[in-house]
Design a protein. Sequence first.
Length: 202
Amino acid sequence: MTLKIYGVPRSRAFRPLWLAHEAGIPFELVPVDQRKGEQHDPAFLAVNPNGHIPAIDDDGLVLWESMAITLYLAKKRGGPLAPKDLAEDGLMTMWSFWAVTEVESHALQILYNRALRPEAERNEAAAIAAIDTLRKPTAILEKHLADRDFLVGDRFTVADLNVAAVYSYAVPAPEAFAAAPRVRAWLDAALARPAVAAARNG
Ligand SMILES: N[C@@H](CCC(=O)N[C@@H](CS)C(=O)NCC(=O)O)C(=O)O
């Protein structure tokens, strides 16, 4: 059975879509649009009782949580995106968890208050506070990238994909990268990959 990805590109479903395009995994996109409230439809709640996108159904294996999904798909597919051993697996998991715990909520504040919300509803003070909070994790990433082009190993992996997907929310605040030119270059290179443009179209 073809892999089903539930969601829409303008959501965290972008992450499994990017992974699937990057890895050449065939899939069917089942549209569930959070802006239309479709994540609360009973049919989708039977897939993900949390009422959040994304979720996948891989031949009867149902998974939710975007990072778990991308890590699973990368490992199932194998190849350069996936960890080649347990040490790389640990590092890729570490960076993915780091992105969702240390970066995501602040990066989202930037996205909402600099881009997504109608201008009258934006809170610039919240954006500035988020930019300030992001300085510490971004400095950690900048230091990590001082002598490497990728987060784990010497190739683009699911770790880069997961962390770049989260950092992409901070793009509307160029000043968040002012002290982190290597992070900016790494992020720009990740987001310029052809699979990103493909994933944005579903
Ligand atoms: N930790 C979850 C978060 C999923 C999530 O909150 N998705 C958003 C869309 S990006 C959503 O479904 N929002 C609608 C809602 O919560 O009602 C993940 O990474 O998959």
